[in-house]
Design a protein around this ligand. Structure first.
Ligand code: ZN
Length: 291
């Protein structure tokens, strides 16, 4: 909490919108892989006069608050952290904080009642807006990436070969981006991150939403993408895993690390899809999907 406050205070003293964006491109086979990363979102509007005038584009803070309609945003939002993959067919897959936060439930608590009660008792909403307008304080999202272009999506029995990912293969490109994080008023953590690694034969992406409400529950929503460059498709796997804390008989320190606690959480929901691009599938497979 302390470090977050310090970061916000110092950021508010400078025009963070003008800070440089760190970015890199990596081309492999038919793919252009790009990432951008930059500063945290301002905690308030930085250009109120301009933002009140609709002829100007809004500042990032106003853009987020206007399009999300949430009573408040996570403590740390990274509006410029974007990972994108563009295929020569025109297919694009992107990961960004705004789309992830658009899927946060607004107007009702998504937590199951037992969780919600314990959760309500564990926190004291100081902001009047929070008392009036209930929303999912945990910023839970089942965001699994943003797509555009001639993509064909179907469910599949094929699974990502985890053993193959454990093989030692040279890593040509690696990046990890934080999309948002919130410490739930010191009651735990909610975070959304995406990481990619590219090997000579394939790429692998893990988009992860991790939630720990201290003493109450743990939730991990993972989306994995795997593409073998010798094939014409990507395997995409989404899983929701969660458990009340009282059912987890594991050492306390494991709760801090999603990689450690993850295997102890039962899978509540899983979806397994094959993504292929239209120029690689037969023409009568129907219109392109954009989700
Ligand atoms: Zn503004």
């Amino acid at each position: 909490m302390t470090s977050v406050n310090i970061a916000k205070t110092s950021a508010d003293n400078i025009d963070i919108n003008n800070l440089p964006i760190n970015s890199e491109e990596y081309k492999i086979n038919d793919w252009l892989i790009k990432y951008k990363k930059s500063h945290i979102l301002h905690s308030q509007c930085s250009t109120t006069e301009k933002c009140a005038d609709s002829t100007y584009p809004p500042c990032p803070f106003c853009m987020f608050t206007n399009s999300l309609q949430l009573p408040h945003l996570p403590e740390m939002v990274f509006p410029n952290n974007v990972l994108s993959l563009t295929h020569s067919s025109g297919v694009q897959i992107e990961f960004n904080a705004l789309d992830a936060l658009k899927l946060v439930s607004n107007g009702e608590l998504a937590l199951k009642v037992s969780y919600a009660d314990a959760w309500k008792e564990s926190r004291d909403p100081s902001n009047l807006m929070e008392k009036i307008k209930p929303f999912d304080w945990t910023f839970s999202t089942n965001y699994s990436g943003s797509f555009s272009g001639p993509l064909h999506i179907e469910s599949t029995e094929e699974r990502i070969d985890i053993e193959r990912l454990k093989e030692r293969e040279k890593i040509l490109f690696y990046q990890e981006l934080m999309l948002f994080e919130d410490e739930l008023h010191d009651n735990g953590i909610a975070s959304c991150t995406v990481k990619i690694r590219v090997m000579p034969s394939s790429f692998f992406i893990l988009l992860r939403y991790f939630l720990r409400v201290d003493g109450v529950m743990v939730r991990i929503n993972d989306t994995r993408y795997f593409h073998d460059f010798s094939t014409q498709y990507i395997l995409k796997e989404y899983t929701n895993r969660e458990s009340p804390v009282q059912r987890l008989h594991v050492p306390l320190q494991m709760f801090g690390d999603p990689n450690l606690i993850g295997p102890h959480l039962p899978i509540s929901m899983g979806s397994y899809e094959k993504l292929s691009w239209i120029n690689s599938v037969t023409k009568d497979t129907g219109p392109a999907l954009t989700t």
